[in-house]
Design a protein around this ligand. Structure first.
Ligand code: FAD
Length: 506
């Protein structure tokens, strides 16, 4: 049989997406294929992807990356969730913690028991029932304790904050050690095969032609191959997610280092605060339809915890995604594929899932269209589900103090989201559909945190007497509090396990 295997894979771009791609392919598909990554020192990476969600731990696991080693190399910290300040209304805040809220029962989710008691006037806050939230509020952190299978500590759900530039450097060493060949230089052209428009080669500024069978476009928002060469098209979602600019600036750290990303809502967007070991990352994401860049920069600079460490940098984006992530012999991963604002830190996760999906649909030179279509359909669905979750943050906010907040309150939302909102508004039910990324408790914390209150609860909880439910709630909160009290502080945990520049004994 004629050998149809891909031989040369060319990865274009050396940002987070490019080096994650190189690392994953070199580690998980070694031997058969050769990998070449092209990046230009003259074209900077976006460099602000600093907060993640728990799935990154799976990525590390697949690649055999030691968590402490990776955190030391990237000045990383732990993340238990996101604190949303001024989102539901001014002066109000809540935490979307990873992990669960309470203990679900075989008949109904924990929330319904809480809701019944709340409607009877006996329960005020959901926070004491979520271990990540309680720990984050108290500045504590612990990894999971599988040796305590019946404890809320058994499976702590957490992610990381890290310096994106250091992360790319870390993955570069990892990839080069596994045979990935790096080429520095600017790509100035692309050669397409006349018969079918497949990419044959990229052309470098120095005239070199780098040929390949399969191209992974990680060139960032420019979409050098997927858009500039293949004209794939882009679906613009900015009518639902109107933020289209960000101003980023690092500053000195000040005060205790929380195991939390903070997202503070402003008049036409929101500001992130990401604690790292050596500094704090900040940025103001805003809508240029509702605020000028100068005003956005002023707000950002007035709301830093410490002295700025660099000049603020303006970034421009359009929320949305490519019409096809995979077109002919080119797959777009990272910003080349699409971008949604970093409100729930989903971009690096999307790089990871695209890579795992690509590996399971890895082609040969026949490039079967059924594989390509399925890959695209699955990516589309994943993007749309995350999009709905992000829109939800804006749509259900109780704020109406600026044109921006009034616009997002009044806008029509995708039908898929409207169905979720209607379902929750009636009886507090949430359904996680088709391997959706965010679980029920994520939706719950956000909808509840923004101020949505269902009209009623699942009637089956009436089977239990209110005193019995009160005991159940109290004991759940007490166990969580006891576990958290026994945890070390976040900074102490880092000092003991993964302080940057300190090599700990194994
Ligand atoms: P880039 O970082 O832009 O890299 C592009 C690469 O392509 C570079 O190496 C460049 O040299 C190369 N290149 C481009 N053109 C050429 C050429 N002609 N020749 C040769 N090389 C070329 N994600 C998260 O998960 N969490 C976050 O907290 C988060 N925050 C963000 C905040 C903002 C404001 C933005 C805009 C994004 C954020 N992201 C976040 C997204 C995250 O930054 C990106 O998903 C991630 O960095 C991947 O970027 P990339 O590698 O696709 O592109």
């Amino acid at each position: 049989m004629k050998d149809k295997h891909i031989r040369q894979v060319v990865i274009v771009g050396g940002g987070t997406a490019g080096w994650m791609t190189a690392a994953a392919l070199a580690a998980l598909l070694p031997g058969l294929y050769s990998y070449r990554l092209i990046e230009s020192d003259a074209i900077s990476t976006i460099g602000v992807g600093e907060a993640t969600i728990p799935s990154i731990r799976n990525f590390n696991l697949h690649l055999g990356i030691d968590e402490n080693d990776f955190l030391r190399a990237t000045q990383g910290t732990f993340k238990l969730g996101i604190e949303f300040v001024n989102w539901g209304k001014l002066g109000h805040n809540y935490i979307h913690g990873f992990g669960s809220v309470g203990r679900d029962q075989p008949t109904a989710n924990f929330f319904h028991y809480w809701l019944k008691m709340q409607q009877m006037g006996h329960a005020t806050s959901l926070e004491p029932y979520a271990i990540n939230t309680v720990a984050a509020r108290l500045g504590k952190f612990s990894r999971g304790r599988p040796d305590l299978p019946n404890s809320p500590l058994a499976d702590m759900s957490y992610a990381f904050h890290f310096d994106a530039g250091l992360y790319a450097r870390y993955l570069r060493s990892y990839s080069e050690a596994r045979g990935v060949r790096r080429t520095e230089g600017r790509i100035v052209g692309t050669a397409l095969r006349a018969s079918d428009g497949f990419i044959e080669a990229v052309v470098m500024e120095n005239g070199e032609r780098i040929a390949g069978d399969f191209f992974i476009d990680c060139s960032g928002m420019a979409g050098l191959l997927i858009e500039q060469a293949l004209h794939t098209g882009y679906e613009d979602w900015s009518h639902w997610l109107p933020c289209d600019r960000a101003i980023a600036v690092p500053c000195e750290s000040h005060g205790p280092m929380p195991a939390l990303t903070r997202a503070t809502a402003h008049a036409a967007g929101w500001q992130w605060r990401i604690p790292l070991q050596h500094r704090t990352g900040n940025g103001h994401v805003f809508s240029s339809r509702f605020m000028q860049a100068g005003a956005a920069e002023e707000i950002l600079m007035a709301n830093l915890d410490g002295k700025p460490l660099a000049a603020p940098r303006l970034l421009t984006f359009t929320t949305g995604k490519r019409r096809k992530f995979w077109n002919r012999n080119c797959v777009a991963i990272g910003l080349a594929g699409g971008f949604m604002e970093p409100l729930e830190s989903t971009s690096i996760h999307l790089v990871k899932t695209a890579l795992m999906r690509l590996i399971s649909f890895f082609p040969d030179r026949a490039f079967e269209q059924a594989d390509i279509d399925t890959f695209n359909r699955l990516c589309d669905k994943e993007y749309e589900q995350i999009r709905d979750f992000l829109i939800c943050h804006y749509k259900v906010s109780g704020r109406d103090d600026s044109d921006f907040w009034r616009y997002v309150r009044d806008m029509a939302v995708p039908e898929t989201l409207q169905r979720k909102l209607d379902l929750f508004a009636s009886r507090g039910r949430i359904v996680r559909e088709n391997e959706e990324l965010f679980p029920e408790d994520s939706w719950l914390q956000v909808m509840h945190g923004q101020g949505m209150r269902p009209r009623s609860y699942n009637p089956v909880v009436d089977q239990r007497a209110p005193e019995d439910i009160a005991d159940f709630l109290n004991s759940t909160a007490a166990v969580i509090r006891k576990c958290v009290d026994a945890m070390p502080g976040h900074e102490a945990f880092i000092a003991a396990h993964c302080r940057a520049g300190v090599k700990q004994a194994a």
